[in-house]
Design a protein around this ligand. Structure first.
Ligand SMILES: NC(=O)c1ccc[n+]([C@@H]2O[C@H](COP(=O)([O-])OP(=O)(O)OC[C@H]3O[C@@H](n4cnc5c(N)ncnc54)[C@H](OP(=O)(O)O)[C@@H]3O)[C@@H](O)[C@H]2O)c1
Length: 243
């Protein structure tokens, strides 16, 4: 449904899955705000979308600089007064992450700071604007690697991917999804964790089964959920992912 009045913020939208989520939301008629920590990269993403006739702007937003989050919220409030969709896409891996016996604890801290604490902070900063929208949707870009069940299942393809910092950050993000969905249950706001699949981006060293465009499809579907939307779920393309 095209709706020029609906506003979406996608964090980390200057490249990878985030840029394609922004593009697909724009193609659905949503006004897209590119959240990016680097102004030059943000500008080039906006130019990319604008060249396709899509309505977009950028806002500076660094998950590790909490002052930038309140400034971004203030910009969106002043220009739009509300936010209909928040896609928490920004995230990192770290070369010093690894199995629990060897991972650098500092790497784990860096990953948790960005993927979990930063996402919590951005969500809190945007919540007043999300409450101003008729039925806001929050999509958290999680990963099947954040599934506690699959990490302990030798039959799972994710079993051997032991990145304690990254996997824990996505498990923590899933906790945010569950708790926030419950806290907001009496409101029209829904919150879901979406695993995009294994996607060829900088984050995976361009290994993966899916293009960024393909990886964006499920997050976009959950960003555009209509009435009677589910909340507090953890999903991947094949269905529900075990927590
Ligand atoms: N690719 C996969 O297979 C896969 C699978 C499951 C889940 N995911 C998740 O999907 C999301 C997108 O991943 P991707 O593969 O598209 O990765 P990517 O190409 O590396 O893009 C990550 C984006 O996050 C931004 N970012 C990183 N740290 C940030 C910070 N502190 N503040 C603001 N922005 C920040 C990056 O900005 P810069 O350009 O400035 O660095 C970039 O725009 C991540 O949350 C990832 O964990 C990916």
């Amino acid at each position: 449904m095209a709706d020029a009045n609906r506003i979406a913020l996608v964090t980390g939208a200057n490249k990878g899955i985030g840029l394609e989520i922004a593009r697909q939301l724009g193609q659905a008629g949503i006004f897209v705000i590119i959240g990016a920590r680097d102004p030059a990269r943000a500008r080039s993403a906006v130019e990319d979308l604008s060249s396709q006739g899509l309505a977009a702007q950028s806002v500076r937003l660094d998950l590790n600089d909490h002052a930038s989050l309140s400034a971004a919220a203030e910009t969106i409030r002043a220009e739009h007064g509300k936010l209909d969709i928040l896609v928490n896409n920004a995230g990192i891996v770290d070369a010093e992450d690894g199995p629990p016996t060897r991972s650098s604890p500092e790497a784990a801290r860096r990953i948790l700071d960005t993927n979990f604490v930063g996402t919590l902070a951005v969500t809190q900063a945007m919540l007043p604007l999300l409450r101003q929208a008729p039925a806001a949707r929050i999509v958290n870009l999680s990963s099947s690697l954040g599934s506690l069940t699959l990490n302990g299942d030798p039959a799972s393809p994710y079993y051997s991917a032991r990145l304690i910092g990254y996997n824990a950050s996505k498990a923590a993000l899933n906790m945010l999804t569950v708790q926030l969905a419950e806290e907001l249950r009496e409101t029209p706001i829904v919150v879901n964790s979406v695993s995009p699949g294994y996607v060829k981006t900088d984050l995976t060293g361009h290994h993966g089964f899916l293009t960024a465009e393909e990886g964006a499809r499920l997050p976009v579907k959950y960003a555009l959920l209509g009435e009677d939307a589910v909340t507090g779920r953890f999903v991947e393309a094949s269905g529900e992912t075990p927590w």
